[in-house]
Design a protein around this ligand. Structure first.
Ligand code: SAM
Length: 284
């Protein structure tokens, strides 16, 4: 049976006067943001909704939330950002999050995202500051027995501090959707300067002593770094889904891998189902 293709709805901006994310050059974000990143988030939430319905407390954590609204390059209208996609989908599924903990290093962004969520009656609590500081504070406010989704979406690898994942891993029932910037890795990990490579020490502490970076070809080095990071996260008592889709930018450059971690095989299975290569969906 052919599955019906899910298309992310375009909903009105509840706060049209507030900040909108338009990318580093203010010309708009890439098409891949709604088409891949937010669509996968929405589909994973759809696939796990029945499991989530069994939990009275359902918490969403997003320490890199942005302003909650994006504009895609070439589009005349704006769309929801990740936190609003998550909130609206959870409502549409009849299992709304009972808490939305969002944060950003830029106060204007955190405030805009919180205002938009509040306008849609979301139970939101906002944090301002670097995710390495706010994620442990967010984790500390999670009620015991809650099922948690943490959506970790930094611009690049140097902000993906391993401490963020360690803090979240202390929560017993947490699933992680992590955006691992391969573009950053591609540009910097193979530079033969230790201070360029040191840029990634916070994301994967110890990698330079465990990965023999002096001998490896560039491609193997990037692969070895990614595998080292993956193993380090799994050692926090997670398993990862098999599919880790590589999101490519508008000029086909690899940008991110989207990686799901869970302690429940069902969550991994749902991710594998929604993130499998598109041509396989025809045989769904
Ligand atoms: C990729 S954007 C987030 C997009 C958003 N998650 C979405 O799906 O719509 C990354 C955000 O992280 C923020 N940021 C950058 N460095 C940060 C840090 N160290 N801690 C927390 N937020 C940071 C930026 O201000 C930006 O809003």
């Amino acid at each position: 049976m052919v599955k019906q293709r899910f298309v992310l709805p375009v909903d009105p901006d509840p706060c049209p006067d507030l900040k909108v994310e338009r990318g580093p050059k203010e010309t708009g974000v890439g098409r891949w943001v709604p088409d891949d990143k937010h669509t996968l988030l929405a589909k994973w939430l759809g696939g796990t909704r029945q499991a989530r319905a069994k939990w009275p407390q359902r918490v969403y954590i997003d320490p890199f939330c942005g302003p909650g609204r994006i504009q895609v390059e070439g589009e005349s209208f704006t769309r929801d950002g990740g936190a609003l996609v998550a909130w609206r989908r959870s409502q549409a599924h009849g299992v709304p999050f009972t808490r939305m903990l969002i944060g950003d290093i830029e106060p204007e962004r955190a405030q805009a995202c919180a205002a938009r969520l509040r306008a849609l009656n979301a139970p939101v609590q906002e944090f301002t500051g670097p995710a390495a500081e706010t994620a442990p504070r967010m984790a500390a406010t999670v009620p015991s027995g809650a099922l948690v989704l943490a959506y970790i979406d930094p611009y690049n690898l140097s902000y993906l501090s391993f401490g963020i994942l360690q803090a979240l891993a202390k929560l017993p029932k947490v699933d992680l959707l992590v955006h691992f910037s391969t573009m950053d890795l591609q540009r910097n990990v193979d530079i033969a300067l230790d201070d360029a490579r040191a840029r990634f020490d916070d994301a994967a502490p110890g990698w330079r002593t465990h990965v023999d970076h002096s001998q490896m070809a560039k491609v193997s080095l990037r692969e070895a770094f990614f595998n080292y990071w993956l193993d380090a996260v799994k050692k926090l008592d997670f398993t990862s889904a098999r599919h880790m889709p590589l999101i490519r930018g508008d000029r086909n450059a690899p940008l991110y891998r989207l990686v799901e971690f869970s302690r429940h095989p069902l969550a991994n299975k749902v991710w594998d189902d929604v993130a499998k290569p598109a041509n396989l969906e025809l045989f769904g």
